[in-house]
Ligand binder design. Structure first.
Ligand SMILES: *Cc1c(COP(=O)(O)O)cnc(C)c1O
Length: 890
């Protein structure tokens, strides 16, 4: 995916260099090639059908019309990919010609979800593909469901990265994502006897038609080795060179990221590790065949597996290797691209004017010493200049203040794996601590608190401090989180670098989370507003005055009913449970973690079960029927979280098999929560739970998706819930529980003052402890943990308020027309939580980057960047934009 490998800059403005005379012949040949590929593929129905059949015959080498749905999925994917590729290569060529500032989003995780639906809809070709397939006897939805989603992320952080890539392309920003192409993504979760069992997710079994392997784009990455010192011949200064050790190769795999309603198509470049020599010939000749094979395997293992933990796997050498491997390849790639463009007077000093790098959490923060190393040791820049370039290039997004989740690496381990980086980190810290000393002379406490090195045994490198010191902007991901970053995590840093810590609240892309996930509701919006709302969520606000309109309410409720039926169908087919569809759908789907408090939810369900069991049939007949959905994965080593899953499954089994609950309560734990399931589950919800202990969820993005899809939140005053409540009206978010400021004090007082406890909670705990849900020994630790003296997550403390909030939501739901109106008004008030708003804010506050809308030459439809701008035309440009005859524009 490199501009250099496609065409020449002559087609997009010749402001770099004139072609030298002896290149003329090559240029002529390029011209001929250009003409051959000079127009975009036609995408009317017959052309699409021709391309499908061709791919079946030539790409898959199958006999025509002899294929199953799986191979037809492959053929469709290739056909769509062809249409992405032409825009993609042209966009990159265009960016190169414009010399705009680029942003690189470095993330150890990208949770992309399925690509086909997103691609056809962003290309504006959903209708054409659906029709082409229909005429061949296939259903587009069914074909799309054949796709296995790449699960290269854990949860919210990885999904955020993918929402950002969608928005960056849609808003025409010249931006790439960089990450790792794990061979095994997030494990597949299955339930065996009501417990989580992990299975490997080998997502590449049937190949990945969405990526392009770039065997020509590769870099060497060093690990271990030693640092040599030598004297610079000219200046006499001491210089350093990192040598020896193991060298692995990073190979690029590129995936096109199409924007919606624009031609701009960006790139996600993921690295895979390969050995630098297929076999070490020396050890091979010495007879050490197995040693050579092992060394090869060791190289490839670097990108083998995604660590399935939400926070850190700190301490694991392989995790640090992954981080450094991907960062090193990325920075080499970024610097090569920057240096390729020769502009008089431009040096590496100008790098921050042309390149912004965003660090998604501390995972890629080894970038800071690595860029320093490249600038010092390879480019021979003086320290101060290198440091200035580095800090002006990096921005760092903080996603957590939980102490256990803040990455730290042991100094001895780092000294062995990355000896030169450890030196550089010491030097960064030394200079930084001098500044601290200047600011607060003699204040050793401050020095200790702020140091990048923790003086423990062994010493540790605090990666968050390194990222804080080495970036020009540090951002929290919701207002409350940013406040806590300033007041609790980095108070001294905030004093020392006033203004460096900023807030940019997260957002989610409406393309995937409304348009694709909820076609029924999207259809309502489009029928009234035209398609422009998809790129401009503010337009939904014009629907709020119609929230009480009977016809509007009717279609809104129809959409919700359809979404419930769609989910119920899936649950029936995959889990054998018949869900009621005339019930309130109450959901909590997200990673399983104590701080997210699925246990609070389960205890609430047990309470409800107790109430049902103790009531008469007449009373039960008057109860609001309820379907509770829980889903999410627990990290394989996180025993408490796995016990919570086990309890949820046990409660589900008891409730669903108890005749007293029939027609009143059903509980399902849906296994293997991922993006595709989120798209299915979220649109069916009436109420969703975002009930973390206040101060512990940085932002959350699930909360945003649910409200956009016509559900209301039961939640705590945490993360983005607070801002959502402000946007949709405080009375439309059923809020409860201790506030972040109260939590710390409560944790202290509760140890001394044991409250009597809520009788309803006591009863739920008694039921669990007495074996109603299977062997109580399995759950005794969970129950002990919520004893007042141990209740770190304040489950017992918040329980009464939680039940009240649920009751409030139920009461509101019973007033159907008013409930419907609330959900309409809330869904239509969510524009701030579109990642489009988030990215514009980043571009403004952090990256100082301008959009570069790309239009193919002589494109006919005026679509491109203006699509959706008019609010009337659909994304209907169907690839007729021609590239022929374009002469370079200037
Ligand atoms: C949005 C999303 C998340 C994040 O959910 P939170 O409620 O913010 O924790 C996790 N996993 C998937 C698959 C998602 O789509």
């Amino acid at each position: 995916m490199d501009e250099s490998t496609h065409g020449g800059s002559r087609y997009y403005g010749d402001d770099s260099q004139s072609l030298r005379a002896h290149d003329d012949e090559i240029a002529t040949r390029k011209d001929q090639l250009w003409r051959l590929s000079s127009s975009y593929l036609v995408s009317d129905v017959p052309s699409i059908q021709r391309s499908l059949v061709q791919h079946v015959e030539y790409t898959l080498a199958r006999r025509r019309y002899k294929f199953d749905r799986g191979s037809f999925y492959q053929a469709t994917a290739h056909s769509v990919r062809d249409r992405l590729i032409e825009r993609w290569t042209d966009t990159q060529q265009f960016y190169a010609s414009r010399d705009g500032k680029r942003m690189y989003y470095l993330s150890l995780e990208f949770l992309v979800g399925r690509s086909m639906g997103n691609a056809v809809s962003n290309l504006g070709l959903r209708g054409a593909y659906a029709e082409a397939l229909r005429q061949l006897g296939y259903d587009l939805e069914d074909i799309m469901s054949q796709e296995k989603e790449p699960a290269l992320g854990n949860g919210g952080l990885g999904r955020l990265a993918s929402c950002f890539l969608d928005t960056l392309a849609t808003l025409n920003y010249p931006a790439w994502g960089y990450g790792i192409r794990y061979k095994y993504g997030m494990f597949e979760q299955r339930l065996v006897n009501g417990k989580q069992v992990e299975f490997p997710d080998y997502w590449l079994t049937y190949g990945n038609p969405w990526e392009v392997e770039r065997l020509d784009v590769k870099y060497l990455v060093r690990l271990y080795g030693e640092v040599k010192t030598y004297e610079d011949e000219q200046t006499g200064e001491t210089r350093f060179r990192w040598e020896g050790g193991e060298v692995v190769v990073a190979v690029a795999y590129d995936t096109p990221i199409p924007g919606y309603g624009t031609y701009n198509t960006n790139n996600m470049r993921l690295w895979s590790s390969k050995p630098s020599h297929e076999f070490d010939l020396a050890s091979f000749n010495a007879g050490d065949y197995y040693g050579a094979v092992e060394a090869k395997e060791r190289c490839e293992s670097i990108t083998s597996v995604l660590y399935p933990s939400d926070d850190t796997d700190s301490g694991k050498v392989l995790r640090l290797k992954q981080q450094f491997f991907f960062v090193s390849a990325t920075l080499q790639d970024v610097l090569r691209r920057y240096k390729k463009r020769i502009v008089p007077g431009r040096t590496l000093k100008n790098l921050p004017e042309k390149v912004a790098i965003q660090l998604n959490d501390t995972h890629p923060s080894i970038s800071i010493p690595e860029l320093m190393r490249l600038l010092l040791d390879d480019e021979m820049l003086p320290w101060d200049e290198a440091w200035d370039i580095t800090t002006r290039t990096f921005g760092y997004t903080n996603h957590t203040i939980l102490p256990e989740a803040l990455e730290k690496w042991q100094v001895p381990m780092m000294e062995e794996l990355l000896p030169r980086h450890m030196q550089i980190i010491y030097e960064i810290n030394h200079r930084f601590l001098q500044q601290v000393e200047d600011r607060w002379p003699g204040d050793n406490e401050k020095m200790r608190a702020m140091s990048i090195i923790e003086e423990s045994t062994p010493k540790m490198v605090r990666m968050a401090h390194l990222a804080m010191v080495g970036s020009h902007v540090v951002n929290g991901v919701a207002e409350i989180h940013t406040r806590l970053v300033k007041s609790r995590l980095f108070p001294e840093f905030d004093q020392m670098f006033p203004g460096r810590i900023k807030n940019v609240t997260n957002g989610v892309t409406p393309r995937r989370w409304i348009l694709q996930a909820n076609p029924a509701m999207a259809g309502i919006f489009t029928s009234i507003l035209g398609p422009g709302w998809v790129n401009d969520l503010r337009r939904l606000a014009t629907l709020k005055p119609f929230a009480h309109d009977d016809t509007f309410q009717h279609s809104w409720n129809e959409a919700k009913r359809l979404n419930k039926e769609r989910l119920a169908l899936w649950v029936k087919a995959n889990m054998g449970v018949d869900l009621m569809t005339n019930a309130i759908y109450d959901m909590q789907v997200k990673r399983i973690h104590e701080y997210k408090r699925q246990l609070l939810n389960v205890l609430g369900i047990v309470h409800r079960y107790a109430v049902i069991a103790g009531s008469t049939p007449e009373q039960r007949a008057r109860m609001l029927p309820r379907v509770c959905v829980i889903a999410g994965k627990a990290a394989p080593g996180y025993e408490v979280a796995k016990k919570i899953i086990q309890l949820a499954c046990a409660v589900s089994k008891a409730v669903n098999n108890d005749v007293r609950c029939a027609g009143v309560l059903q509980v399902v734990f849906i296994p293997n929560f991922n993006v595709s399931l989120a798209e299915l589950i979220i649109p069916a919800s009436d109420v969703s739970q975002h009930i973390s202990t206040a101060g512990m969820e940085a932002s959350g993005t699930g909360n945003m998706k649910f409200v956009m899809n016509g559900g209301l939140i039961v939640g705590t005053a945490d993360g983005a819930n607070i801002e959502i409540a402000r946007a949709v009206g405080e009375d439309n978010l059923f809020c409860f529980g201790a506030t972040a400021d109260e939590v710390a004090a409560l944790r202290n007082t509760m140890k001394s003052r044991l409250p009597a406890g809520d009788e309803r909670l006591q009863r739920s705990v008694r039921m669990i402890r007495s074996g109603v849900f299977g062997n109580p020994d399995d759950f005794s630790q969970l129950m002990d943990n919520i004893e007042p003296a141990n209740d770190y997550y304040l489950i017992a403390h918040d329980f009464p308020g939680y039940l009240d909030a649920l009751d409030m939501a139920d009461a509101a739901y019973l007033h159907q027309p008013s409930w419907t109106a609330r959900t309409i008004r809330a869904a239509c008030s969510m524009w701030e939580f579109s990642s489009d708003r988030t990215i514009k804010e980043y571009a403004d506050k952090v990256w100082q980057m301008e959009p570069l809308p790309f239009k193919p030459p002589h494109h006919q439809d005026g679509g491109g960047g203006s699509m959706g701008g008019g609010g009337r035309r659909g994304p209907s440009f169907n690839g007729r934009g021609s590239r022929a005859g374009y002469d370079g524009g200037r």
